[in-house]
Design a binder for this molecule. Sequence first.
Ligand code: ZN
Length: 266
Amino acid sequence: MLQRQVGDIVINRIIESERPDFDAAQFFPQITPEQWGPYRQRLAGWALDPAVNGLVFPMQSFLLRTRHHTIVVDTCVGDHKQRARANWNMTSSGEYLRRLAEAGVRPEQVDYVLTTHFHTDHVGWNTRWEQGRWVPTFPNARYVMSEKEWTYWSAMHRETPQNQIADSVIPIVEAGRAQMVKNDFALDDEVRFESTWGHTPDHMSVHVTSRGQHAVITGDLPRTLLRAGRPGVRVALPVALLRPGGARGQRVLVRVPEGLSRGAPG
Ligand SMILES: [Zn+2]
């Protein structure tokens, strides 16, 4: 179990899967095979599977245990969900809840679920299928979400149905478990959102601090940073409002690695 201590806070990675889910050539459509050359060996075995030219991205939650709260940040892909991506479609491994149990946490013990953004691989285990309907996986948790992100995605869902909104977000809202917040939301003096928009309209990072130590859980921010730091590189993602470099990108680029180097689980 991958674990990191940040002051009084214990952080675990809860890994649902770690496979070459993304075709490297599709993900970076402008990178030529020659440009990949120097990186293949360096990435092989952990971030790249050369046999299928697939990028390995862990699908993971971060479990935070503070003195007061048990918190889950993002909820991976989920089981029994209809998804366009074959590896994510109608999975039924139960692996996620097993990993959570290995960390010593039952779903009913979770006090808060913090959502960095509403992409499919970040909200899936918000809900689970029970007796013919989607119910909150964490029945006692308050699910903290960006109000702006909710407004954006629910409007898109009305135009073009989005499966992950239908089966993983709306049931939380209808169950009365959602807490819609602004991007300056602070749970307490240890855990707060930090606005890192770009990957989606109101993407959040989660800033954790205790006893002078810091960690920043960045959701999908690094993909935005790649764009910010290397404006010649285009990332093929269903992103909204992805913006090229500039003052904002540079500021985050400087600030977030500082937090990462001090506290993020590896
Ligand atoms: Zn994303």
